[in-house]
Ligand binder design. Structure first.
Ligand SMILES: *Cc1c(COP(=O)(O)O)cnc(C)c1O
Length: 414
């Protein structure tokens, strides 16, 4: 065992490795041997306490530094990642038949998605590795967050996206100075090409499933939820699922808090996929870890992942939490976007709204009961994908500048 307070452990064979910045996967198991970061929880417990956090002046994700796998002395990009609001919304809760629903709005991160939490860690690790170029494949948000955080740290980014990516996300990538490769093909095609290019040019690899450090950034959303709820653990936390890194990270956050004695139980995870692309949902329901690739057939682009890259960690996190998975249609997703917007004032992109559509469905199916406390995570901001938002929201009133005309239309609406 190395003398650091964190190290790496293979999720397949259990082999342990020193946590060097560019150790990605298990050398025995190959690409499937995804690594987990393990901590000396006695070390962390002494440094991360409720009282210490209560007086911390750092409002960003870095307030949880003892639970993050970076050298505390490493320079960090100065964007304010994390510290996003958690709202209780009774109107939204009532609309879907629940008593208490909380909305964690991670669309308010610097590049407007939860992925900033992973990319912030990725950029620190890239600098620790001495790299000047970082790269990833992405359905859009991982890339734009990498591009933004890399820009703030003075690194060059290369981002591979399927060419279907919404224009808002492409615009972000380009503005942040990324070299953007829009691949004619699926997310899987973009992933493959990125891996070949990373090998060919030796760039730092920010692909979240393969780089074990990124999930650790994502888990900070759970640390914040627990702290913002004053350590009262909700019954359920709902999150949408594509590759599976996000839900695995959300689970890791709560399990780490439990291991440090900061909470005494872990919420049940509700993993939500789109019915048009739901390989992990189907594997979960079949009770196996075997999944079958699917076409990417949903408007929720961020979770249109036909070949999930982190299936094991995702399925194990949901099962270990005693959780469930559900799948929702595109119509349910658009409806959830509308209800979130109009009852809570929160603008979610389709993949983020999917989590809330999943909560509504789980309630209807009796998976969640009416008096249980639910937190849903808005993983990305709807402003990134205006075309789908308009599908959900409909059209404005188009009229000439004429009060009589307006009166006629508003009168008809009554
Ligand atoms: C990436 C992403 C997800 C899903 O995360 P995975 O790690 O791919 O499961 C969900 N919602 C949004 C908005 C995302 O960008």
């Amino acid at each position: 065992m190395p003398d650091r307070y964190f190290w790496l452990r293979c999720t397949l064979c259990g082999a342990e490795y020193e946590a060097t910045p560019a150790t990605y996967t298990c050398s025995r198991c190959g690409e499937a041997g995804i690594l987990d970061v393990e901590y000396d929880y006695d070390y962390v417990r002494a440094r991360l306490t409720r009282d210490g956090l209560a007086t911390s002046r750092d409002a960003s994700m870095w307030r949880y530094l003892p639970l993050l796998p970076v050298d505390p002395a490493s320079p960090r990009p100065n964007l304010r990642v994390g510290g996003t609001p958690l709202y209780r919304c009774d109107r939204f809760a009532r609309a879907i038949g629940l008593r208490e629903v909380w909305i964690k709005d991670d669309g308010l991160n610097p590049t407007c998605s939860l992925k900033d939490r992973a990319s912030a860690v990725g950029v620190v690790k890239a600098r620790e590795a001495g790299a000047s170029v970082v790269a990833c494949s992405s359905t859009g948000n991982a890339g734009s967050s990498l591009a933004g955080n890399a820009a703030a740290a003075g690194l060059q980014s290369y981002v591979f996206v399927p060419d279907r990516a919404p224009r808002g996300k492409l615009a972000q990538l380009l503005i942040f100075g990324a070299r953007v490769v829009a691949v004619k093909g699926s997310y899987e095609d973009a992933f493959r090409l990125s891996m070949e290019a990373i090998r060919r040019w030796g760039w730092y690899n920010r692909n979240a499933a393969l780089n074990p450090y990124l999930m650790e950034g994502k888990k900070t959303v759970s640390l914040e939820i627990a702290e913002q709820m004053r350590w009262r653990v909700p019954d359920w936390v709902a999150v949408s699922v594509g590759d599976g890194c996000t839900i695995a990270g959300v689970g890791k956050g709560f399990f780490d808090l439990q291991a440090c004695g900061l909470i005494d139980r872990v919420p049940r995870l509700l993993g939500v996929q789109a019915l048009g692309c739901a390989p992990l949902y189907r594997a979960f329901r079949a009770g196996t870890e075997q999944w079958v690739p699917e076409p990417e057939n949903t408007l929720a682009d961020s979770i249109a992942v036909g070949v999930p890259r982190n299936p094991l960690k995702a399925l194990r996190a949901v099962r270990r939490s005693g959780g469930e998975m559900v799948a929702v249609t595109d119509e349910e997703i658009l409806e959830a976007m509308r209800v979130l917007g109009s009852s809570a004032g929160v603008f979610a992109e389709p993949a983020a709204a999917a989590a809330f559509a999943g909560v509504a469905r789980a309630r209807r199916e009796g998976v969640i009961s009416a008096d249980e406390v639910v937190v849903g995570i808005v993983t990305g901001n709807g402003i990134k994908d205006v075309a789908n938002a308009m599908k959900a929201a409909g059209e404005p009133i188009h009229i000439p500048p004429d009060l009589g005309e307006l009166q006629r239309i508003l009168g008809e609406e009554r």
